[in-house]
Design a protein around this ligand. Structure first.
Ligand SMILES: Nc1ncnc2c1ncn2[C@@H]1O[C@H](COP(=O)(O)OP(=O)(O)OP(=O)(O)O)[C@@H](O)[C@H]1O
Ligand SMILES: [Mg+2]
Length: 304
């Protein structure tokens, strides 16, 4: 995701200091979904392997942040990636999306090797992500931020189209339509013209998801998208994630709130000290003694 390398973090901390705004439950129509991603194949069947992570290892000096981790992500599923603080979840995302070069191992998307590709090439190949610490262009509007995501898929600059450069006139309407459809999809269309830095924390989180969706990904990776949310906002966000999946996307979700993860995912991979310690359906993970013991010492409300 080349654009992200130049982006300015709007909020470094998921502390939820900005005023929280309740978002009306959105109505997602097929028209909105089509406008947002016209070329996407809709296939919600949980089926073949979309992504394979094979023996992935990431070392930082002497620290093994990710230790020989393997798992698959099936097309159409919501896979949870959980584990205590420092377990290696974000490192796994970073290695998959080209932010870090894996020390060893492979990441395959539909059988094609992603290792060694630049971030924007990985985005183009179909892997999009959000960040644990929100990264948005604070001085650009919500719609322009989404256009950056759309840009990752287009040959000509959609940002240019929004800024009304003459050579982009032809694409202008479709960029605005698609951007607006995505903002509507995540429930923040009314803020399309607001600068990203002026959005509430909750809207910023949703905007990040819209921008990632704008790249029309095969896999959407969300790194603690509900961090700093109150329970009602978390429920709303989980509903949005389900809608995203039902609309034909595959989702990899890092989330610290165990109750949420259990409620929304089809399967869960558990990391502890960089190693995979479990990989199963939520009902089995919940009873797994290794998982329960990994979470001992974590705040009680994390494991419910
Ligand atoms: N760029 C880096 N340089 C050095 N060490 C790093 C770097 N990134 C992560 N680490 C270390 O790797 C380990 C795993 O970190 P990571 O951020 O992946 O954990 P996490 O599971 O996402 O935790 P959290 O739940 O706190 O977000 C930690 O010990 C962390 O300090
Ligand atoms: Mg993390």
């Amino acid at each position: 995701m080349g654009a992200h390398s130049e982006s300015v973090p709007v909020s470094e901390n998921a502390g939820g200091e900005s005023p929280i705004e309740l978002i009306e439950p959105m109505e997602v129509t097929e028209a909105v979904a089509d406008a947002a991603a016209p070329e996407r194949e809709i296939d919600v069947a949980v089926g073949d392997d979309l992504v394979e992570v094979k023996n992935l290892t990431v070392k930082f000096g002497g620290l093994v942040a990710l230790d020989n981790v393997s798992f698959t992500i099936k097309r159409g599923e919501i896979l949870g990636l959980i584990g205590p603080n420092g377990a290696g979840k974000t490192t796994c995302f970073n290695a998959m999306t080209g932010v870090y070069k894996p020390t060893s191992g492979q990441v395959l998307l539909e059988g094609g090797l992603l290792n060694g590709m630049k971030q924007h090439k990985i985005t183009r190949a179909g892997l999009a992500r959000t960040f644990q610490n929100i990264r948005l262009f604070g001085e650009m509007t919500a719609l322009e931020n989404v256009a950056v995501g759309l840009d990752a898929r287009h040959k000509t600059s959609v940002v240019g189209a929004l800024l009304r450069l003459p050579r982009h006139k032809a694409e202008e309407r479709s960029a605005i339509e698609r951007g607006m459809a995505l903002l509507e999809f995540v429930g923040i269309a009314e803020h399309a013209g607001s600068l990203a830095r002026n959005l509430s924390y909750g809207s910023q989180r949703r905007l990040e998801i819209a921008r990632a969706l704008a790249t029309d990904p095969k896999l959407l990776c969300l790194d603690e998208p509900a961090a700093g949310f109150n329970p009602a906002e978390k429920e709303d966000l989980m509903a949005l994630i389900r809608t995203i999946r039902n609309d034909g996307y595959t989702v990899l979700l890092i989330e610290h709130d165990m109750k949420l993860v259990m409620g929304v995912t089809d399967r869960i991979v558990v990391l502890e000290f960089g190693k995979k310690i479990a990989d199963d359906v939520p009902s089995v993970i919940r009873e797994d003694p290794k998982v329960v013991s990994a979470y001992l010492g974590e705040p009680e409300d994390d494991f419910a």
